[in-house]
Ligand binder design. Structure first.
Ligand code: 2F8
Ligand code: CA
Length: 130
């Protein structure tokens, strides 16, 4: 794990880890301003990297456009999934954004929660800024 200029290098991707909490939309907006998106998770290794941060964080996954249709913000196909058991459940009919929680069993760790809640967040980009 290499730390440089606020970005962490992991497996040829660059990650920014916030030290404050924001709602989902403001978090994604912050990532955009950094030339990145909220973290897009494509592998168990990447999920493990996120787990090791030991924080509840926003990831770049939402069903805001169409209830029940979960999409990565960068258009990546949703293939591998790490939803907790019985999630996503749209509790109260208003949970449209996904967090990666901190759990004893880190295998299944995503949950949908209301987008306006405050969470830490992780931005992800390639090695070159857009
Ligand atoms: O039981 C699962 C359920 O737990 C909480 O609601 C009581 C979660 N809400 C928050 O974390 C805000 C739900 O998202 C979760 O589905
Ligand atoms: Ca939920």
């Amino acid at each position: 794990l290499l730390y440089l200029e606020g970005w962490v290098d992991f497996s040829s991707r660059c990650y920014y880890i916030s030290c404050q909490q924001k709602n989902w939309f403001e978090s994604q907006q912050d990532c955009k301003q950094r030339g990145a998106d909220l973290a897009i998770i494509n592998s168990g290794e990447e999920q493990e990297f996120i787990n090791n941060l030991n924080k509840r964080i926003w990831i770049g996954l939402t069903d805001t456009d169409k209830e029940g249709s979960w999409n990565w913000v960068d258009g990546t196909n949703l293939t591998i999934r790490f939803w907790k058991q019985n999630e996503p459940n749209d509790a109260g009919g208003k949970e449209d954004c996904a967090e990666s929680a901190v759990e004893f069993n880190p295998q299944m760790i995503w949950n949908d929660i209301p987008c306006e809640l405050q969470r830490y967040w992780v931005c992800e980009r390639g090695p070159e800024l857009n």
